[in-house]
Design a protein around this ligand. Structure first.
Ligand SMILES: Cc1ncc(COP(=O)(O)O)c(C=O)c1O
Length: 437
């Protein structure tokens, strides 16, 4: 059990399913070789296992961004064609993100990062908080879904309650939320997936408890979105953030909410800027060319498993929508990545000196581990010298790393994404072998 000063045990070796984990999915469903060919950066021969910190982008995204500039764009709402093109780019990007997460285009707010959007949201929402209210945050979350809320709470004189992680399993137990959430809870902030140990909490159950008490539920979907089909309604997310640079797009983030909810919130804004939703939440001029890239990235995700879309339930005789294609593609991505992740976990479990953190039942394909006696940065440097890109540090999973006793150096993170293949995983495992066996 818990033998390492509060740290989880080394993960047990998972059983490998025949044909899974070697990239051998039916190519009509997901063809990783074809997908990899879409990414120019992968041609440098490195094993890009750093996707959890940001993905490479396919040619279609690069072309969409360059194409917007090439064609000519202007600021919004002008009388001339280049301005109209920017109007269209913004509308298309809102629709694309809505298709990606199951939201409403008019409820999609763009911003420079999920962190900036969390600060905007917490700043605006906290104006309605009064002493005696409380908020609930979790120690599983990236700090961007923690610090903005507790700083806003401090300003408003509001109590902060903490949902704790089971350090042995890496789970965020749902049951504790029944005690944490009460009639004065204003916001429950929780992640859809940990960017460190991959845990996918039962957000829908947490949201149900939050809503029963009248709280708003703010879900950090930054790490989850690239790995699975997302449905904000099914999650019960009043707010859902996602960053396009984690799913093959540019460095732009989005906050998805219902337009009706956004209508009830007033952020600080300039006097002449639009008072309308979602515009009033967007400060200054949007990055139009990058937004063209956001739409291209969603289209890319929707096209990953084209054959699967025709089998989407309910599609029947009606035309297959982009939302249908997103759901089918992301289901195929989830299955493909799960196979690859099993291969990775199986390999890590065989390395004597590796301690793996977290073994949650539902996980994004992200492994966080230490090598006994070797600093995380030294492990990353050792792998980098072999052309294998991984992250070291706390990856801003600051509360979790503090609880695990891993601050300040953190651990090593390997984040699989859909363009990784079995050879990437094997190169990592081989690269670790001399350090960790
Ligand atoms: C789970 C999670 N939330 C939030 C963030 C912050 O996103 P951004 O860089 O868009 O602020 C990250 C970035 O790594 C993340 O992984």
């Amino acid at each position: 059990m818990d033998t390492k000063e509060g740290r989880p045990d080394k993960e047990e070796k998972p059983e490998l399913t025949a044909g899974i984990g070697d990239g051998a999915l039916d190519p009509r469903t997901f063809d990783v070789a074809a997908v990899r060919a879409l990414y120019p950066a992968l041609a440098d021969g490195h094993a890009y296992l750093d996707g959890a910190a940001g993905t490479q982008v396919p040619s279609a995204v690069i072309e969409a961004i360059a194409g917007a500039y090439r064609e000519g764009i202007g600021n919004l709402d002008g009388a001339f064609a280049a301005s109209r093109r920017s109007d269209a780019i913004v509308a298309e990007a809102r629709a694309a993100v809505a298709d990606l997460v199951g939201g409403t285009a008019e409820g999609v707010v763009f911003g420079p990062s999920a962190t900036a959007l969390a600060y905007r949201a917490s700043d605006a929402l906290s104006r309605a908080w009064t002493a005696g209210d409380d908020i609930v945050v979790s120690r599983l979350d990236h700090d961007s879904n923690v610090r903005p809320w507790i700083q806003a709470a401090a300003r408003a004189g509001v109590t902060v309650k903490w949902a704790e992680v089971d350090l042995v399993t890496g789970e965020l137990p749902t049951a504790q939320y029944a005690d944490l959430i009460g009639p004065r809870t204003r916001v429950v902030a929780v992640t859809a997936a940990s960017n460190a140990i991959g845990t996918r909490p039962d957000v829908a159950a947490v949201a149900e408890l939050g809503h029963a008490a009248g709280a708003l539920v703010y879900v950090d979907g930054v790490h989850a979105t690239p790995h699975l089909p997302v449905d904000v309604a099914a999650l019960g997310a009043d707010f859902y953030t996602t960053s396009a640079y984690k799913w093959s797009g540019p460095h732009v983030a989005a906050l998805a909410a219902s337009p009706a909810l956004l209508e009830t919130v007033w952020p600080d804004k300039l006097a002449p800027s639009s008072n309308a939703v979602p515009w009033r939440f967007e400060r200054g001029t949007l990055p139009f060319a990058d937004l063209a890239g956001v739409t291209a990235a969603v289209e890319h995700l929707a096209s990953l498993a084209p054959a699967a879309a025709s089998g989407v339930s309910g599609a029947g005789a009606s035309p297959v929508t982009r939302r249908d294609r997103v759901l089918a593609s992301m289901k195929a991505v989830e299955t493909y990545e799960a196979g690859l992740f099993a291969r990775l976990l199986g390999g890590l479990a065989e390395l004597e000196r590796v301690t793996l953190y977290g073994k949650a039942a539902r996980r994004a394909p992200t492994a966080f581990f230490s090598v006994a006696g070797v600093a995380p940065r030294a492990v990353a440097e050792h792998l980098a010298a072999q052309g294998v890109n991984v992250w070291d540090g706390d990856n801003y999973a600051y509360e979790l790393c503090t609880a695990l006793g891993l601050e300040p150096d953190g651990a090593v993170r390997t984040g699989l994404v859909h363009y990784n293949d079995a050879s990437d995983v094997d190169r990592l495992l081989n690269g670790l072998a001399d350090l960790a066996r």
